[in-house]
Design a protein around this ligand. Structure first.
Ligand SMILES: C[S@@+](CC[C@H](N)C(=O)[O-])C[C@H]1O[C@@H](n2cnc3c(N)ncnc32)[C@H](O)[C@@H]1O
Ligand code: SF4
Length: 391
């Protein structure tokens, strides 16, 4: 193929822009967990609730000209611990968002809550404000494991929080973690089974990872070995499959029809506005895809905020797309790549063929999906989509 054709193939051109969602970051927690590298800061004294709301709206207004006329399909209030904010503050925020953006009437609106900050009146207040999905950071139902993770709540409090969340919302996710310090296969199985017994329609199961710049990185705890952790992952998958859950993304499981629309939008390489300290966004225009990032420090964010923005080079888009879409267990529709990157399908053809030759990926019935091997060696699979080194 001639260089001229290749250059043209790398031109981003959207006929229709991708779906758009909104992420709002709340950067405070009661206490910093020793494994967590999220942009979350231990709260010192009362939260500057009013000031933060004002800063979020200033942040949102600066983004509005980039998304005129577009609709919002889902909102995710994440953290940190958004449930430290009062129901009145969440109500004010959601009203302000609705008055500035066209939010679909049936949009999914998720709020993340820590079981240590759960109160039933507060949950009902969130529901009345328009939140229709609650995500609870349970992690484990074992008090010893929760202590080892430095969590602020007991297993009993986690159970109470799930009960209150189910009563107020019904639409509930719980986060579990496995491969924990001191965790045995039997403990993990008990956690997965109990998760299912609570009747939640969505469950996320994350393998504990030791991240740089965390307390666990400086003083690593003793963890179950590689094989034991791999067995735990298989067991989570078995327990959830038997309970009727669909495993739809590396760490996400849902009853039929209950997948998280907001997170699916990330994995399908949709667009999202990100507001709040350290929030990231991705916005497509007719001829380019851009990424935004806000300052991480809450103090700086409150003072003025500063968003940096860059265009994702067309040559990086295949990798960025693969990094997300190949996390999906059923992969993606063959037409999705062109629809979400604005590039012709031929720009990933060589990478797809290389992945097929290594049996990491298969094309079936108009879909492109990782094989079992591809899921196990996801990093190797995704690396095939990296831009070739230009000499
Ligand atoms: C923002 S937190 C959820 C809400 C709230 N902050 C909480 O912890 O209860 C998102 C989830 O990411 C998972 N997570 C955080 N750090 C992790 C790590 N190092 N390894 C695995 N999972 C992690 C936890 O399951 C956690 O519930
Ligand atoms: S409560 Fe959640 S966000 Fe906060 S430090 Fe712990 S895991 Fe991180």
């Amino acid at each position: 193929m001639s260089a001229a054709v290749l250059r043209d193939a790398r031109q981003v051109r959207f006929a229709a822009l991708p779906p758009l969602c909104l992420y709002v970051h709340f950067p405070w927690c009661v206490r910093k967990c020793p494994y967590c590298d999220f942009n979350s800061h231990e709260r010192a004294g009362p939260l500057p609730e009013r000031e933060y709301l004002a800063a979020l709206l200033r942040d949102l207004e600066a983004l509005l000209p980039s998304v005129w006329g577009r609709r919002i399909h889902a909102i995710f209030l994440g953290g940190g611990t958004p449930s430290l904010f009062s129901a009145a503050a969440i109500d004010e925020l959601l009203s302000a968002i609705r008055s500035r953006l066209h939010v679909e009437p049936d949009a999914e609106v998720t709020l993340e809550a820590n079981p240590g900050t759960a109160e039933s009146a507060r949950f009902r207040g969130y529901r009345d404000a328009g939140v229709n999905r609650l995500s609870l950071g349970v992690q484990s139902f074992d008090d010893g494991a929760l202590r080892a993770l430095g969590r602020i709540h007991s297993a009993h409090e986690a159970r109470r929080a799930i009960g209150m969340a189910m009563a107020a919302f019904g639409n509930v996710n719980i986060d579990l973690m496995y491969g924990l310090p001191g965790q045995t296969f039997a403990m993990l199985r008990a956690d997965a089974r109990e998760g299912v017994r609570h009747g939640v329609p969505h469950l996320s199961a994350y393998q504990l990872t030791i991240e740089p710049n965390t307390a666990f990185f400086s003083r690593p705890p003793a963890l179950p070995g590689h094989d034991a952790t791999a067995d735990m992952q298989l067991e989570v998958e078995n327990v959830l499959r038997e309970a009727g859950f669909e495993h739809y993304e590396t760490s996400a499981f849902a009853l039929p029809g209950r997948r998280c629309r907001h997170n699916l939008n990330y994995w399908e390489f949709g667009d999202y506005l990100g507001i709040g300290a350290g929030a990231h966004g991705k916005i497509s225009f007719a001829d380019r895809v851009t990424r935004q990032e806000q300052v991480r420090q809450p103090r700086e964010y409150l003072a003025a905020g500063a968003r940096s923005e860059r265009i994702i080079a067309a040559r990086e888009l295949p990798f960025e797309f693969a990094l997300n879409a190949l996390r999906l267990i059923d992969g993606f529709d063959a037409g999705l790549y062109a629809a979400r990157t604005g590039l012709p399908a031929l720009t990933i053809e060589a990478a797809l063929r290389a992945a097929e030759a290594k049996r990491l990926l298969e094309r079936r019935g108009g879909r492109i999906a990782p094989t079992g091997l591809g899921r196990r060696f996801l990093n190797d699979l995704v690396a095939l989509f990296l831009p070739a080194q230009e000499s």
